[in-house]
Design a protein around this ligand. Structure first.
Ligand code: ADP
Ligand code: MG
Length: 252
């Protein structure tokens, strides 16, 4: 099972949109067995799959060892796609993990995921715009990191801190690999076009060729509680997410 963290310390850069659609495309187009983990207390991924507070347990129970991994996994409406849900309990759970030094704090998620190593091909983790105990657990459990970037004046805010956290996680997880950044919410205007050129030319960040275009269908898909490919197969973002997954798979 390949574990991929979708992360950026900024909110509103399409982390959740990307996690949901990468997971859904891997499961439905590529027929992979996929687990998506919601690690944001807001539970947007969980809500899209209509599983908010529907299961007995959430990821908060998992990282505080109040349930087993089998007990927390929910089936979604899509074949090959399962979910570990999140809710506000994650706030308290993160404190508990921080305070409980009796067992290693950063390996909790990894330990649980090791148990289902053979059951899935991919695990996609939707991280919050934050660094906390569960995010550190995600980085320690992950093989790859994907960073969605929205081109604006503040695009790189928090990037240095994120790279520092990723490097810290490498102490516990030497295999962790920043697979690359990709541009989201792309508009065909000067700022985006020049921003993209600048990023692709810069040595500092590895960039995917594929960008994800901005489309009103994306917002609509969240109201429809559906991944973009189910909501509007032919819209720009659906095509772009399919291309992004292809590009990711070609780089494996
Ligand atoms: N390709 C897109 N086109 C238009 N709107 C998008 C696109 N991707 C995401 N959005 C919208 O942008 C907002 C932020 O996306 P979200 O995935 O929740 O970001 P994050 O998880 O980084 O906070 C949401 O309202 C979402 O519907
Ligand atoms: Mg989000």
């Amino acid at each position: 099972m390949k574990k991929i963290s979708i992360i950026n310390l900024k909110g509103g850069v399409a982390k959740t949109m990307s996690a949901i659609n990468i997971a859904h495309i891997l499961a439905t187009v590529h027929k992979k067995r996929v687990l998506i983990i919601d690690l944001d207390k807001q539970g947007n991924t969980t809500k899209l799959f209509d599983k908010h507070n529907k299961g007995k347990y959430s990821v908060a129970d998992l990282i505080t060892n109040r349930c087993s991994i089998d007990e927390v996994i929910l089936k979604t409406d899509y074949e090959n796609l399962d979910l570990i849900p999140a809710n506000m309990d994650l706030i308290e759970a993160n404190f508990k993990v921080m305070l409980d030094v009796s067992i290693p704090q950063q390996f909790r998620l990894k330990k649980h995921l090791d148990e289902i190593e053979e059951e899935y091909d991919y695990c996609i983790i939707d991280n919050p715009p934050d660094i906390n105990a569960s995010v550190i657990n995600a980085l320690v459990a992950s093989d790859d990191v994907l960073i969605p970037i929205k081109v604006d004046k503040f695009a790189f805010d928090g990037m240095k801190e994120l790279i520092t956290q990723i490097n810290n996680a490498k102490v516990s997880n030497p295999n962790l690999n920043i697979k690359g950044c990709f541009i989201t919410l792309f508009n065909k205007n000067d700022v985006n076009i020049q921003g993209e050129e600048f990023l692709k030319a810069s040595e500092e960040y590895k960039m995917f060729n594929t960008h994800i275009r901005r489309t009103v269908k994306a917002d609509e898909s969240t109201f429809a509680n559906a991944p973009i490919l189910e909501y509007s197969k032919r819209c720009a973002a659906a095509k772009d997410y399919k291309a992004l997954v292809e590009e990711y798979l070609s780089k494996e």
